[in-house]
Design a protein around this ligand. Sequence first.
Ligand code: SF4
Ligand code: SF4
Length: 437
Amino acid sequence: MQTNFTPAQLADPHVAESEQILRKCVHCGFCTATCPTYVTLGNELDSPRGRIYLIKDMLENGRPADAEVVTHIDRCLSCLACVTTCPSGVDYMHLVDHARAHIEKTYKRPFMNRLVRAILAAVLPYPDRFRLAIKLSSVGRPFAGFLQHSPALKPFAAMLALAPRHIPPASIYAAPASHAAAGEKRGRVAILTGCAQPALDPGINEATIKLLTRLGVEVVVPEGESCCGSLVHHMGREEQALASARANVDVWTGELEKGGLDAIIITASGCGTTIKDYGHMLRLDPAYAEKAARISSLAKDVTEYLASLDLPAQMPKGVIVAYHSACSMQHGQRITMAPKQLLKAAGFNVRDPAEGHLCCGSAGTYNIMQSDISEALKTRKVRNIEATKPHVIATGNIGCMMQITTGTAIPIVHTVQLLDWAYGGDVPEKLKDLPLA
Ligand code: SF4
Ligand code: SF4
């Protein structure tokens, strides 16, 4: 694509990067076929190609964002299916990151929209606030029907619909500690405990720590970890996201220098995509660029790390698992085979739902801010999953788990919980009542 940025504009490294990205797009439109919003809405401006044009026009003319750009960029899930599909290697992820930051700086959103976004940014990244918000949701639940009918208040209705009715007690495994390897030690890793995940399903990190230590890996939960910054990053709140990234880089660098680390284990693929991008996010910060790149190179999804441990094959269990590949797993991190291969080797009968490339509609805060599109995508996803007639659904991202579980009665667990069970751990709590357990 031809661009016409001035030298003065290109002096801004963010603009210079976006220009390079834009120039790679050849308008072929292959990406439209796999874009969930285009598939759902059928509007070119809700396709990757349409959004690329809007972003180009906004940046090239040095304009503040307007309502049209904001509407179509806000509808983008950042699922990155377009990046997987694009034959020209267009780095849409960093282009839309730049567009979101530009929107945040130059566009004044309507009051209620600003309020909802401010609440999400102030609550979700902090586990204690998040737990409190879930507890308080029972007070608001009777008003959900009323909230649903006002466009400005609809996000609150979506929050109430997504909030679980019960939250498990905090796990002792979330506390800073070093969990020793059982038997001969074969590695040392740090684990990101996360923000929303330990509140919603502490069993995921527990299963990870128990499985890894049983396999001979020391697992450290470092003191001072914060949210990875992904949620605010996707809202265009760059400074807040960079502050989280810097804090985590400091914590993990300290741990690295103290006892060495083979990997930083991440159990939510949405966080994994962002942490693997810390090197890029902090590339312009001389104090952090090198450290952040080192941390990104150590970041591993738990299934990526387990695949390197060469686990022994297990007897078939007769359990049918529909594997839902989160967008951040398959498109963001390009991890497609490892989770399924691990599950198969662990004795599970793994099935691939149709249209696996399409997002479930979760996408961070998307299911709150864009609840209608999110709902349509969830319905489509659940239909495809249920068609495989599974006993259980497995995935590697808490956001997808919370989204899909509101649309089906089939239990959904994290892949690592099934692997922990297969390699000597307890039956996952959600499967205890099923005849297969
Ligand atoms: S597939 Fe790639 S090159 Fe083609 S229109 Fe989409 S982003 Fe541009
Ligand atoms: S990130 Fe996903 S929703 Fe956004 S343009 Fe690409 S394919 Fe479409």
